[in-house]
Design a protein around this ligand. Structure first.
Ligand code: B12
Length: 177
């Protein structure tokens, strides 16, 4: 069994805000938190996962946690979150290779920055692009009998619409253009 953890925009207003307030009290001031906590989102998620892991360990000792930022020593992602999101039925993964048109050079070459690939985009059925993949928990000893993968609902239908979304994600992600 594996569990995929996503965050939705509420995470910032609810759980993350609480964590910042708690750290501010712990360190004495918000300035101290800004100075000492170098990766706030990552630290916040790790703190929350530690609490969850302790509880989980009471029922199952053997599990591994991988994060979206977990890398191999060769700096390759240890886990591909968009693929996980699709097979988990959480968010439809639009992969560029499925939306090419015959005899059309798409995506247009040379528009991505150096060393950047034109990548696919996952869209959640209710949050659209306003979510992030965070972590995966893998329980090698827990098997789910008769498990059936669910297909994530797709919120885009026309290929043209998908190509437009993919271009915006790859070319305009900084300005939401
Ligand atoms: C490397 C990486 C980057 C790099 C390089 C990006 C690039 N353009 O080249 C950098 C650091 C620059 C970057 C930037 C950003 N990223 Co980024 N990045 C990643 C990361 C770590 C790995 C992606 C990767 O390398 N994939 C490898 C390729 C080869 O995988 P693939 O094309 O999917 O191929 C596989 C599938 O086809 C699969 N497969 C084969 N057959 C089948 C069949 C089916 C049905 C399925 C489902 C799969 C499947 O097998 C292939 C591999 O063998 C992921 C997190 C993660 N751990 O997954 C985030 C991730 C892709 N990034 C994300 C985001 C949001 C961004 C930014 C917008 C963040 C920001 N605000 O700064 C920017 C800009 C993105 C952009 N458009 O370029 C999100 C995307 C969310 C989404 N909704 O889709 C991710 C998932 C992170 C997350 N936590 O949610 N990123």
């Amino acid at each position: 069994m594996a569990l995929l953890i996503l965050s939705t925009p509420n995470m910032f207003d609810v759980a993350f805000r609480k964590w910042v307030v708690q750290k501010t009290m712990e360190f004495g001031s918000f300035d101290k938190v800004s100075e000492l906590v170098t990766s706030p989102i990552q630290n916040f998620l790790e703190d929350r996962l530690d609490v969850m892991s302790d509880k989980l360990r009471e029922v199952e000792e053997n599990f591994e946690i991988l994060h979206d930022y977990s890398m191999t020593p060769q700096r390759r992602p240890k886990i591909l979150m968009q693929t996980c999101g699709h097979v988990a039925g959480a968010a439809f993964y639009y992969q560029p290779r499925h939306f090419r048109e015959e005899n059309v050079d798409w995506p247009p070459p040379g528009k991505m920055g150096p060393n950047l690939k034109f990548i696919g985009l996952s869209l959640h059925p209710t949050c659209g692009g306003h979510f992030a993949f965070r972590s995966v928990l893998i329980f090698p000893n827990v098997l789910i009998p008769e498990y059936r993968e669910s297909v994530p609902p797709s919120i885009l239908s026309a290929h043209e619409e998908v190509r437009e979304a993919l271009e915006k994600f790859n070319y305009n992600w900084k300005d939401s253009g």
